[in-house]
Design a protein. Structure first.
Length: 459
């Protein structure tokens, strides 16, 4: 349906990871992608799908730890390449977008009279601070994590533990993928957090529960639409993730949750989105929740006014289930190709469960490493990591014993920075354990096999 709607158009899309275009390319005419990373599998994307990848990383040189890095560095590095791709066709053929929002790309398009579609940076920026989420929860009367803002330097640990518990979290007002989160449990961790955050105020809050949920959503014409929840993995040691650090998503596990919990998350997501709309927001957003161990309610802890790490997985899973992905519908509406009535008609479909999971494996060493062997991207089987066939999308897996190794597989000889995203493993099979910071036995075995395949050595 959308192929016909976009007839004659070409999309240049800017994002952090080039693999995010997979799935979207089945329904959107993506012709170019500017991104942070490079991988062997990106050669397959270019050859098989005809998508030109414009990459920050140089093939086989260095894999960067992007956490805390803004999208503008991608534009700055790829500016000339972007210009060359766009100049190859008449400007009226192009639609340009960026996820997350890029002020520089917006200005670039304005000076060249190119059509830019997406949430403007000045609209998204005000919703990034955590204080805005706290403001929304207070205004809406939704469950909140009880905590307070303070500066950690000189803080009294005994007093904080008496108030918040033996272990508690401290978060800066801004942060991504766990970069502004620390768990404090003793004097050493308090001092380390105080040194890291300096004089910046942090929100200190107790640990509410062991299960975390994530949702993708969109504000369209002042109305909020929620996607389906997923269990979000965070701080998984086996994946090299730091405390609170993003580690993957599990839609398959979320499908087995108590329906009341899923309904609570969706209802709160819509309410917060409508509050954002009233404050001038339009576009994609996402929320992270913690399920309270005592009350069983969803407590929103993070608001992301952008494309999330779970979004591309949701797109592939929704397409596999035979339905139009929410983020695609939102983009088509912005392009003037779908009307609001069509989105309202699909509202309930967007929240229906899907089967998909992904794990984000980070560099396992605290020092710069080199990739000694070339790992082959594609479809593997079982925890033994037996290679089956080439593949790029989740739908290339034929059953739950198969899993996909993709998303920027680094070339042999690549230097990998500590904490950098190494690769992603995806499957339709659930991967999470009993807690959001633990893996199930099957997933743990797969992860061990992948790390052995890379066998990275200190540089």
């Amino acid at each position: 349906m959308l192929d016909d709607l976009f007839a004659g158009k070409h999309i240049l899309w800017q994002c952090f990871f080039g693999s995010y275009c997979l799935g979207l390319d089945e329904v959107l005419p993506i012709r170019g992608v500017s991104c942070m990373d490079h991988g062997v599998d990106y050669d397959q994307i270019e050859a098989q799908l005809g998508i030109q990848l414009l990459e920050y990383e140089q093939p086989g040189v260095r894999r960067f730890n992007w956490i805390g890095c803004g999208i503008e560095v991608v534009f700055e590095r790829c500016r000339d390449q972007i210009g060359a791709v766009l100049d190859a066709r008449p400007r009226e053929d192009w639609i340009v977008t960026s996820t997350p929002a890029s002020e520089q790309l917006e200005r670039f398009c304005e000076t060249r009279s190119l059509r830019y579609v997406g949430t403007p940076a000045h609209v998204a920026e005000p919703f990034k601070p955590k204080r805005r989420l706290h403001e929304a929860l207070a205004a809406l009367g939704l469950p909140r994590v009880e905590g307070r803002w303070l500066r950690l330097a000189g803080a009294d640990l005994s007093q904080l533990q008496a108030e918040l518990g033996a272990e508690f979290f401290a978060q800066t007002d801004l942060g991504a993928a766990g970069s502004g989160t620390r768990m404090i449990q003793d004097h050493a961790s308090l001092l380390a957090a105080a040194e890291s955050f300096g004089d910046d105020p942090v929100f200190a809050a107790p640990c509410l529960g062991e299960l975390s949920l994530n949702i993708n959503a969109a504000v369209v014409a002042g109305r909020a639409f929620s996607g389906c929840p997923n269990v979000q993995l965070a701080g998984v040691d086996q994946l090299g993730a730091p405390c609170g650090g993003y580690a993957g998503n599990d839609y398959s596990a979320a499908a087995t949750l108590d329906p009341a919990i899923a309904h609570d998350a969706v209802e709160q997501t819509v309410a917060i989105g409508e509050w954002m709309a009233a404050q001038g927001f339009e576009g994609l957003y996402g929320l992270d929740f913690v399920i309270g161990a005592r009350d069983g309610r969803c407590h929103a802890v993070d608001l992301n006014p952008r494309w999330q790490g779970s979004t591309h997985l949701s797109v592939q899973a929704e397409l596999a289930s035979g339905r139009l992905p929410l983020v695609v519908a939102e983009f088509a509406y912005r392009c003037g190709l779908l009307d609001l009535e069509e989105l309202e008609h699909r509202r309930d479909q967007f929240t229906q469960p899907v089967e998909a999971a992904q794990l984000c494996l980070r560099a396992p060493s605290a020092r710069l490493c080199r990739v000694p062997e070339q790992v082959r991207p594609g479809v593997y089987r079982s925890t033994a990591a037996s290679f089956c066939r080439d593949g790029l999308r989740l739908t290339d897996c034929r059953d739950q014993e198969e899993w996909l190794l993709t998303c920027g597989v680094p070339r042999q000889g690549t230097l990998v920075e500590p904490g950098a995203l190494l690769v992603r493993v995806s499957s339709t099979r659930s991967v999470v354990g009993e807690r959001s910071d633990q893996l199930g036995a099957w997933a743990g075995g797969v992860v061990d096999s992948v790390y052995r395949m890379f066998g990275m050595q200190l540089a």
